[in-house]
Design a protein around this ligand. Structure first.
Ligand code: PBG
Length: 321
């Protein structure tokens, strides 16, 4: 035998030397759910190990996250009041606006604050856009998204992350940010966001279940790949700095295709259902939890993701210490 592949696997030193993919805490983004209706923190049933935090507790949580050298958090808000157009999302003293200000006061540039920009947590109907006669209206929604994005930028967000999947939202947000002087605020668009069953546990975490119908008329059809590339290309042309593929594991092919084709940094969102599956299996003793978490995150990086939004970010940082 001239070639023996096993020579390169002989011991940990040689395995480390030839390792093709590396993953580090600096690749990860931790989600935080901020609930205006609670004091302290409250566990989320569908996401074992995850919590909703009050504004004060969210700020403390952000400090802990920064101390673990995780570079960024992404914020989701659960407001006191909802209405037809999600107006509590663009209130100056809204739940996310207060949290952004608090984190920035405490941590400044030591933690990047990403604000998820969408209507679904703030509307009575739970859809990501303005609803009329059972239809989700695109262009009317853009006007609201612009207000939300500007109000997050004004509060001090580093990155705005539109997750609604309306057409043209990146352009509208970018133009507004430029017009109002927020030249340095980044846009991280959920470009290829699929209409996925894996968002299930998030519905309980963020209270954004649609009251009727589903999100198929705006989120992407799971059968399509070329369409994802078109979405990504559009978002780049409209001024997005970073793009996201979501969910992660069922869409590794999309991550890989996007990485090969585009030069912008690409992130993947390892979503609530991906987290919950592993946690449920681990709780039953069916899977080695830590190995599974590590393997999943490595796989997403190996596919080509530059960074990963994951509910395991804190845990991973603690594991690596
Ligand atoms: C809101 C939003 C959702 C997620 C992130 N932003 C929910 C949805 O689109 O239904 C899902 C994240 C997760 O499942 O972890 N637009």
């Amino acid at each position: 035998m001239l070639v023996r592949m096993r020579r390169l696997r002989k011991n940990e030193k040689i395995r480390e030397l030839v390792r093709e993919t590396k993953i580090d805490v600096s690749d990860l983004i931790m989600p935080i759910f901020v609930d205006e209706n609670i004091k302290d923190k409250r566990p989320i049933n569908s996401l074992p190990g995850q919590y909703r935090f009050s504004v004060e507790k969210a700020i403390e949580e952000a400090k802990e996250i920064a101390n673990l050298n995780i570079p960024a958090v992404i914020l989701f808000g659960i407001p006191k009041e909802k209405d037809e157009i999600g107006s509590s999302a663009f209130k100056k003293d809204g739940v996310i606006q207060r949290t952004i200000r608090g984190i920035k006061e405490e941590l400044g540039d030591n933690l990047l604050v990403i604000a998820d920009c969408c209507l679904c947590e703030y509307t009575t109907h739970g859809h990501c856009g303005i609803v009329k006669d059972g239809k989700i209206l695109n262009d009317e929604t853009l006007k609201i998204l612009e207000k939300i994005a500007l109000s997050y930028a004004e509060a001090g967000a580093d990155i705005i992350a539109p997750s609604d999947m309306m057409d043209g939202r990146v352009r509208v947000i970018r133009e507004a940010l430029e017009r109002e002087g927020y030249h340095d605020v980044l846009i991280m668009s959920y470009s290829a966001k699929y209409c996925s069953s894996f968002y299930g546990p998030f519905r309980e975490a963020a209270d954004n279940k649609p009251a009727f119908g589903d999100r198929r008329s705006y989120q992407m059809d799971i059968h399509n790949a070329k369409e994802a590339l078109r979405e990504i290309e559009l978002d780049i042309n409209e001024g997005s700095d970073l793009i996201l593929v979501k969910p992660a594991l069922p869409y590794l092919d999309i991550i890989k295709m996007a990485k090969e084709r585009f030069l912008v940094p690409i992130g993947a969102y390892c979503v609530s259902g991906e987290y919950a599956m592993v946690e449920a299996a681990a709780r039953n003793g069916w899977i080695d939890r830590k190995r599974a978490i590590y393997e999943i995150l490595v796989s997403i990086k190996r596919a080509g993701a530059d960074f990963i939004i994951t509910y395991w970010a804190k845990e991973f940082a603690q594991m690596m210490r």
